[in-house]
Design a protein around this ligand. Structure first.
Ligand SMILES: CC(C)(COP(=O)(O)OP(=O)(O)OC[C@H]1O[C@@H](n2cnc3c(N)ncnc32)[C@H](O)[C@@H]1OP(=O)(O)O)[C@@H](O)C(=O)NCCC(=O)NCCS
Length: 188
C-alpha cells in the first residue's frame, strides 16, 4: 500500500467508495459523503484540487452543529493498493505543533469497510509521520472515541500515548474523547 496524492485518474475509484458507504469525514459521515459526491459530479477537477490545500485557500470548515471555522492548511492522501482503500487527512497550524481547540487532531484516517484489518491504517500513519516532521512539527495529536479500539491501536503502534480524556465542545456534539500524542523525533 502507498499513499498517493488525489488525482483525476483515481477519482472514479474514490467516488465508487463513497457510493458504497465510505466517508472521509468521521464527524459528518453520510452527510459529508453525499456532499462530496455532489461536488465530484459538479466539477471533478475542482474537487480534486480542493483536497490539496497547504495554504488554506479553501472555504471555511463546517462543524457538526453547522457552525463554521477558518480552515487550517491541510491535505489529503489516498491509501492505494491496486485501488482506493482509504484516506488520511492532515492539517496543521504553521509555526507551531499546537492546534486550536476546535480541531480534533492533526491526523484523521478511514479505511473502506471491505479492506479493514489488513494493516492499512497502521501503515498509512507510519507513512505520513515523516511528512509532519518535515513540516517542523515536534508532535502530532490525534483524537478517538473511547470505544474506537482499532484507531487507538493504530496510534499506539506508531509510538503514540494517551494524554487525556476530554469532553468534546458542544459544536462537536459533546461526549467523551481521548487525546493521544505521537512525539516526532527531530530529523538528523
Ligand atoms: C480505525 C480504522 C481506520 C482502522 O483501520 P484498519 O486498516 O482496519 O487498521 P489496521 O488493520 O491497521 O489495524 C490496527 C489494529 O486494530 C485492530 N483492529 C482493527 N479493527 C478492529 C476492530 N473492529 N476491533 C478491534 N480491533 C481492531 C487490528 O487487529 C490491529 O491490531 P494489532 O495491531 O493488534 O494487530 C478503521 O476501522 C476505520 O476506518 N474505522 C472508521 C473510521 C475511524 O474510526 N477512523 C479513526 C477515527 S479516530
Amino acid at each position: 500500500m502507498e499513499l498517493v496524492v488525489p488525482s483525476l485518474d483515481r477519482l472514479p475509484a474514490y467516488a465508487d467508495a463513497l457510493s458504497r458507504g465510505f466517508w472521509s469525514d468521521n464527524l459528518r459521515r453520510e452527510a459529508s459523503a453525499r456532499e462530496e459526491l455532489a461536488k465530484i459530479a459538479a466539477d471533478p477537477a475542482a474537487f480534486v484540487a480542493s483536497l490539496d490545500d497547504p495554504e488554506a485557500r479553501g472555504t471555511p470548515i463546517v462543524l457538526p452543529d453547522g457552525s463554521t471555522v477558518k480552515r487550517l492548511p491541510s491535505y489529503r492522501r489516498w491509501m492505494w493498493d491496486d485501488g482506493f482503500c482509504g484516506n488520511v487527512n492532515f492539517r496543521w497550524q504553521p509555526g507551531t505543533s499546537a492546534l486550536p481547540p476546535h480541531v480534533l487532531g492533526h491526523l484523521g484516517y478511514s479505511v473502506v469497510p471491505w479492506q479493514r484489518r489488513r494493516g492499512y491504517a497502521t501503515r498509512a500513519l507510519a507513512l505520513i509521520l515523516p511528512e509532519a516532521r518535515r513540516l517542523g512539527l515536534t508532535w502530532v495529536d490525534l483524537t478517538t472515541d473511547p470505544d474506537n479500539i482499532a484507531s487507538q491501536k493504530v496510534i499506539t503502534a506508531n509510538g503514540g500515548h494517551l494524554v487525556q480524556r476530554f469532553t468534546h465542545l458542544p459544536a462537536h456534539g459533546g461526549g467523551e474523547g481521548l487525546l493521544f500524542r505521537i512525539p516526532l523525533a527531530r530529523a538528523a
